[in-house]
Design a binder for this molecule. Structure first.
Ligand SMILES: [Zn+2]
Length: 413
């Protein structure tokens, strides 16, 4: 590791604060949703900063921005780093912008000392990561990695009926370059953790090993409506009692599958509720997550078996429908090792961590060696205007990114 090279912490923080002025909210957060006028202003500022560093800008048909710094050998595939500039309506200063501006700080630091890497470097800004205006989330990276069709993405509508494609043209970020996989040496995304694990463990760096497997379900519980007074307890078919047992069951499965299991009932509806009627029909949703596909399968088996028992015990008809399944993903070993080794060499407290949320890096992992650097955020809070990251952790994340990118760029073949 080149120990004499470092990032400029104050310059990085200043850029994060300046970017956060675009769409700043009264409570100290940011509202800069994808392809709004404010998104354009933030993109323009990013490009201005890149041009100051002599980077070559390319914009693809999804509006993804690539800013390239040439290496010694430009036939080598580039080392990419970046994230997104769009935010939630009640977003914070760091979710997304941290990853883009940490990558920019890496380039600025290398320019300061005129250090040229073997492979070229690129900063990337992915379009529509949050997906709050144009669902689903992470569309820019999904199209780039071939998981989502470009034309379908351009036709996604917001609540006013404006399409993603129209809005991209309106803010003049409908680029000419094809949006599709190309040879990439490695991709690293720096991001706030959006959970409390690193903060509790007092670690500045999370070496992200991958993302969790998920299964989502919809459950219908059918019993029979009856009068709350004259119906004896042993004659009832109470759908809400069944639903309540399922809520407790789901919670107990999450607890049973530790470490790593997460289980949530997020929606519970009673059909035509009335205070003196025994509920006849209920609907609820279940969200299961686990880092291991196999363990998630066992959670699924457990759920189905126990639901059958609940149906029998309470004389109910219960149907369960799986509506989403995502396999777990592991990030590239070499990239993970590089981040780990660099963190050790810099004597920064670090640990391995699983990403609980989705990120562009999870999409790019399908087409290129990918890794992520997490830094803690205060109280694990994000998608919230009070989102905060400490200066020492921001600096640590960028420092690890700098040395990881040099390591990867100088050692690609
Ligand atoms: Zn994000």
């Amino acid at each position: 590791m080149k120990s004499n090279i470092g990032i400029n912490k104050n310059r990085l923080i200043k850029s994060i604060e300046e970017m956060a002025q675009i769409g700043a909210t009264a409570k100290g957060g940011v509202n800069r949703q994808a392809l709004t006028d404010l998104d354009k202003v933030s993109r323009d500022l990013f490009i201005k900063w890149c041009k100051n560093e002599n980077l070559k800008i390319t914009i693809d048909k999804m509006g993804n921005i690539f800013a390239r710094r040439q290496g010694k050998n430009n036939n080598l595939p580039p080392i990419l780093s970046g994230s997104h500039l769009d935010t939630q309506p009640t977003g914070g200063k760091y979710d997304g912008a941290l990853g883009v501006l940490s990558a920019l700080e890496v380039i600025r630091s290398l320019n300061d000392i005129k250090y040229i890497t073997e492979a070229p470097l690129e900063i990337v800004v992915w379009t529509n990561e949050e997906g709050c205006r144009f669902p689903p989330a992470m569309t820019g990276s999904a199209v780039f990695s071939g998981q989502y069709n470009l034309n379908d993405a351009l036709l996604i509508e917001d609540l006013d009926g404006k399409t993603l494609g129209e809005e991209l043209s309106r803010i003049k970020y409908n680029g000419k370059t094809n949006c599709r996989p190309r040879k990439i040496g490695a991709f690293i995304e720096t991001h706030i953790e959006q959970g409390p694990i690193l903060e509790i463990a007092d670690k500045s760096i999370g070496v992200v090993v991958g993302s969790q497997a998920q299964k989502w379900y919809e459950v219908n519980i059918v019993g029979m409506e009856a009068h709350a007074g004259p119906t004896p307890m042993n004659k009832r078919k109470d759908a809400l009692v069944g639903a309540s047992n399922i809520v407790l069951l789901v919670n107990s499965i999450g607890n049973k599958f530790q470490p790593g299991g997460c289980s949530t009932c997020g929606v519970l509806n009673i059909k035509s509720p009335s205070r003196n009627v025994i509920p006849g029909e209920c609907f609820l949703t279940i969200d299961f997550r686990h880092p291991s596909d196999q363990r998630l399968k066992e959670m699924d088996k457990n759920l189905r078996l126990e639901i059958k028992k609940i149906a029998n015990n309470y004389n109910l008809k219960i149907s369960i429908k799986q509506i989403l399944e995502l396999k777990s993903k592991s990030f590239n070993k070499k990239v993970r090792k590089t981040i780990e080794k660099v963190s050790s060499n810099l004597e920064l407290p670090h640990q391995e961590i699983i990403s609980g949320a989705g990120h562009d890096a999870v999409n790019i992992n399908d087409i290129a060696p990918t890794g992520m650097i997490f830094i803690p955020c205060v109280d694990g809070i994000s998608h919230n205007e009070t989102e905060k990251a400490l200066k020492k952790d921001i600096s640590a994340g960028a420092q690890v990114l700098l040395h990881s990118m040099i390591e990867l760029a100088d050692n690609t073949k």
